[in-house]
Design a protein around this ligand. Structure first.
Ligand code: LMR
Length: 397
């Protein structure tokens, strides 16, 4: 049977991770997979997580199943964190919140839900978008279309072209939008642009699917949820995929949630039944450990305070490294060609290097990034920023 299977190309992001690990050079710089790194290049367990984890283990009396929806208290807390506790969609009880195995699990369950609800719907993703959006959503069988989002040469949004595209999308289609800290560009819509997008989504009866994987990495938790709250209040229906991989550093524990805002309470009950059926048919129930930790941190005032401090330290570090790298590049080049690094937000920016320059960075300088020249700015360290800037200048004259 398996003779029919040809070997696939490696995943664009995970392939870089593997090559970086295999490189013995002490000079190597990891700008690949999206994990936070501290000033030593480590990805530490947050203090709030360590404390919550101990409490979870001490209090645990059973490993019996929880439920396909995961923990009820986690779901409630996540809905409040994302939408704000007084959001009309919550007060009207027309929001469904279901724990999922990471943001990926939430995206995939959302995709299956869309497929169940509408065979005709296409999903529109930004060009460019996170590499895994395409297999995650495309595997559900619908057509994926791309809306123009960013010009990697000019380092700016192609907003007018995005709006033009949405104006022509058929009613009932789904539009996946990064809620903050766009991956891979670091370029987000501003408040006026979100208003304009919302107006088109509403008028054209398009269904937004918001991917919120970096809440707290651009601004604080509230600021980074503003677009989600705006959109969820301005359309009858939307989906939101939430991840705690980055903002709680719970990458390997797979903690996320799918939220669905529905027209009314009755519709929400129907949607929830389908979400649970999808979950049951793919993985049955989400892993519990990370969600138990996240729920405790969200519920406990002291742990939450610790988390907010740690989150803002992560955010500040990435912002500082953006500024440091831009400064070194400015000094070496004598121009501001890379000033956009400082203006963009979150973990990623596109360097704007062609694939052969990315390859030279790897082979000649041990600098690792994906072939589209996406850089994880958390991989820039006080100790490697000057070296990195020099390497970039050598391959991009
Ligand atoms: C990334 O974009 O690098 C992360 O979200 C990790 C992943 O799974 O791709």
């Amino acid at each position: 049977m398996f003779q029919s299977l040809n070997r696939l190309n490696e995943d664009a992001i995970l392939g870089v991770m593997a090559r970086y690990r295999a490189d013995p050079s002490p000079l190597k710089v990891d700008l690949g997979v999206g994990v936070f790194r501290d000033a030593n290049g480590d990805t530490p367990v947050l203090d709030c997580v360590r404390r919550a984890e101990r409490a979870v283990i001490d209090a645990q009396t059973t490993k019996a199943y929880v439920a396909p929806a995961g923990r009820a208290e986690f779901n409630e807390l996540v809905a409040g964190l994302v939408l704000g506790p007084a959001h009309p969609a919550l007060l009207d009880r027309r929001t469904v919140a279901v724990q999922a195995p990471g943001g990926c699990g939430a995206l995939r369950v959302g995709a299956e839900l869309i497929r169940t609800a509408s065979r005709a719907a296409s999903v529109h993703v930004s060009d460019p978008t996170w590499g895994n959006h395409v297999p995650l959503l495309g595997s559900s069988g619908f057509e994926l279309r791309r809306y123009p989002y960013y010009d990697a040469t000019a380092h700016r949004l192609t907003f007018d072209a995005m709006i033009d595209h949405l104006e022509r999308a058929p009613a009932g289609d789904v539009v996946l939008i990064h809620a903050c800290c766009h991956n891979p560009t670091g370029a987000d819509l501003d408040a006026a642009q979100w208003d304009a997008v919302l107006e088109v989504l509403h008028r054209r009866r398009l269904v937004p699917f918001l991917d919120l994987a970096y809440q707290g990495f651009g601004g604080d938790l509230e600021a980074d949820a503003a677009a989600v709250r705006l959109v969820a209040g301005g359309v009858p229906e939307c989906l939101i995929a939430v991840s705690f991989s980055k903002n709680l550093g719970l990458y390997r524990e797979r903690v996320g949630a799918l939220l669905a805002v529905c027209e009314n309470e009755e519709r929400a009950a129907a949607v929830k039944s389908h979400v649970l059926q999808v979950a049951r048919s793919i993985y049955s129930m989400p892993p519990d450990h990370g969600a138990a930790i996240a729920a405790l941190i969200l519920a406990d005032a002291d742990l939450r305070r610790t988390w907010l401090g740690e989150l803002s330290a992560m955010r500040d570090r990435i912002r500082d490294m953006r500024a440091l790298l831009a400064r070194h590049l400015r000094q070496l080049r004598g121009d501001d060609a890379f000033g956009f690094l400082e203006r963009q937000r979150g973990m990623f920016s596109l360097l704007g290097a062609p694939p052969d320059a990315v390859e030279r960075l790897r082979v000649e300088h041990h600098v690792y990034m994906t072939a589209d020249s996406r850089m994880n700015l958390a991989g820039v360290l006080p100790g490697n920023a000057a070296y990195l800037a020099g390497a970039i200048c050598r391959v991009m004259s």
